[in-house]
Design a protein around this ligand. Sequence first.
Ligand SMILES: *[C@@H]1O[C@H](CO)[C@@H](O)[C@H](O)[C@H]1NC(C)=O
Ligand SMILES: *[C@@H]1O[C@H](CO)[C@@H](O)[C@H](O)[C@H]1NC(C)=O
Ligand SMILES: *[C@@H]1O[C@H](CO)[C@@H](O)[C@H](O)[C@H]1NC(C)=O
Ligand SMILES: *[C@@H]1O[C@H](CO)[C@@H](O)[C@H](O)[C@H]1NC(C)=O
Length: 619
Amino acid sequence: MHLRGLSFLLFFHSVVAESIQNDLMSFRTLPDVWALKYNVHIHDRARISPGYWFVAPYLQMDPDSPTNLFDPYQVGPYIYDGDGMLIWAGSRMFENRNVFDFKVVNSLGETPFLSLVSQHSFDAQADNDNGHGVILNNQYDIHASIPMRHDLGAFDIHEFNVLDDGKTALATFYKAHDIDLAEFNRPEEMTSILSGGFASINLSSQEVEHSWDCWPQIPLIESTLFGPDSPTSPRPGWDYVHINSVDKNDAGDYIISLRFTNSIYLISGQDGSIMWRLGGAGHATDFEQDFTFSKQHDIKFLESNGTRHVVSFLNNGSDELNNDEEVSCAFIIEIETGTDPNTARVLRRYNRPDKRLTRLRGNAQVLPNNHMFVGWSQKGYISEHSAEGDVLMAAEFESDRFSTYRAYKFPFVGRPSAPPDLIANVWGTDESHMVTTLYVSWNGATDVASWNFHARARETGEAVFVGSTNKTDFESMHILSGYLDFITADALDAQGIVLGTSEIQRTTTPDWDSAWFRGETDPHPDDPSVTYANGEPQAPSMRDYDEASIENAQASASKALEMATEAYNVVATIGSLVAFIVVACVLCALVVGYGMLRDRRRNKQYAQVPSDEQQSWMK
Ligand SMILES: *[C@@H]1O[C@H](CO)[C@@H](O)[C@H](O)[C@H]1NC(C)=O
Ligand SMILES: *[C@@H]1O[C@H](CO)[C@@H](O)[C@H](O)[C@H]1NC(C)=O
Ligand SMILES: *[C@@H]1O[C@H](CO)[C@@H](O)[C@H](O)[C@H]1NC(C)=O
Ligand SMILES: *[C@@H]1O[C@H](CO)[C@@H](O)[C@H](O)[C@H]1NC(C)=O
């Protein structure tokens, strides 16, 4: 009795914990993952581009301490479809650690690949883990894990840009220098600075082929954060430029964004010299320009022929310290350097749909049909705009605890090497009223439209088709009449082609003695070739379960949950000794209530469809 009561209480504890975190989703087939829920606002469904969202939610920028790594998996790489339905939770694969810049790479082969930055560990030195640029194939197996050259510090989180040649990747780095402050007429004073730079990495040798450091080319005076009066600093020192993106054009030159100089620079691929500066708010610029910007992110070439460049970027206009503008926006800019004077003109401006400022991070992605997809970062806020600027869609995490530094949209085909996950449980109070409940999902698989289920009399027995269900969410549930065992699930695409099949799953049974089972002996699995001979179950069908009984069961369960929630809340707010007494009392009350519920049920003439709540507490 007391054992059953304990599992009863433990069960309610976990249910209550879930209800407290109701901005997260959990699934039976992915029990250790709590994925973020999206709120989606579709404005013009017909015009939205096809594709999936690639995001990497994090709680805090710095690596979490190791204890937090044992929380249910939440942060890491995730794929959602255009309606916010979960497609892939990659947090387990990356041990609940922060990843950044998660996106699709199409230049590495016929199939799409995925790339991301896996952040250095909490104790990078002890773990000997300074972070990596990681490439996955579309089966979610690691294709490459690329370290940063040791003298260039940790693998920086801002950028891992696999170029269209499929042979090289660009990454940013931060490097410490110890310098004197002669530039500020304080030659006798020493300080440390963190300079910014970029590295071009050969993907096949994993060697840095080429690197560029802003120090000493970019003087301290260009920084908006440090000046002649700034106190000196020990290591790591002044983060005086804060590099946050790098891209390369066909001419071999590099465009970089330095957030703390409010400027965009073109760096010669030939000799590393600064070819021009496009200056933001209050900063020196080589251009006549019809716009201002500041605290910018994610500068990417859309076109470039050496003298005329079209670039996209995110203009914060704001940061932790200052607001320079009223609203953040994504820009498409045309830069002319073959003219006198050189000019920079706005081609398109896409304001943040909620007219607010993006204070922390973000990115702007021009889609193949010229739509603009913007990651505004905080709360995972994303939006898609038509080329002319109509807001077609916006979405954000239900939780305000998480952000994603960048967010992308790409068409993608995911075919996990791991098979679909299937769970089967059986229920019933007598042999003639058994039901088998199935839960199925396939983490990372795109294009699954429906599921077919087969059961067998024994492991090597004939596979008999026992049912199917359309996929409408990450996980699908299906109920079969009878006690079926040795079950498999086939994932089918919209054409009915089988994309993958689960392993054969044994059906979990309850402890029949305490599960109100009325038979003399424990029930045995059906032979589906008999009970499902005509595709129709010969056993009693679901028609026997009237709706009133289902509602009744649900009402009882939610009443019990209410009681347990109250108990949990009390426990959460008072000391442990008192809590123990309260819990003990509540436990007694619940056990008595449970007995009454059970007696009442036994008097009923109809069979119960057990809810999952009942299922768990009986185990
Ligand atoms: C990249 O590395 C591969 C293998 O080490 C080498 O064959 C190739 O020449 C390198 N590419 C460049 C551009 O150096
Ligand atoms: C680049 O394109 C512009 C506009 O089409 C053109 O005027 C210019 O001559 C081109 N420059 C080069 C180097 O091809
Ligand atoms: C806005 O400024 C904040 C604060 O510096 C910065 O972290 C963020 O990256 C910027 N975002 C954009 C979109 O520029
Ligand atoms: C399953 O999806 C197909 C194709 O969209 C549809 O025709 C069918 O009615 C759906 N079945 C159920 C039970 O919803």
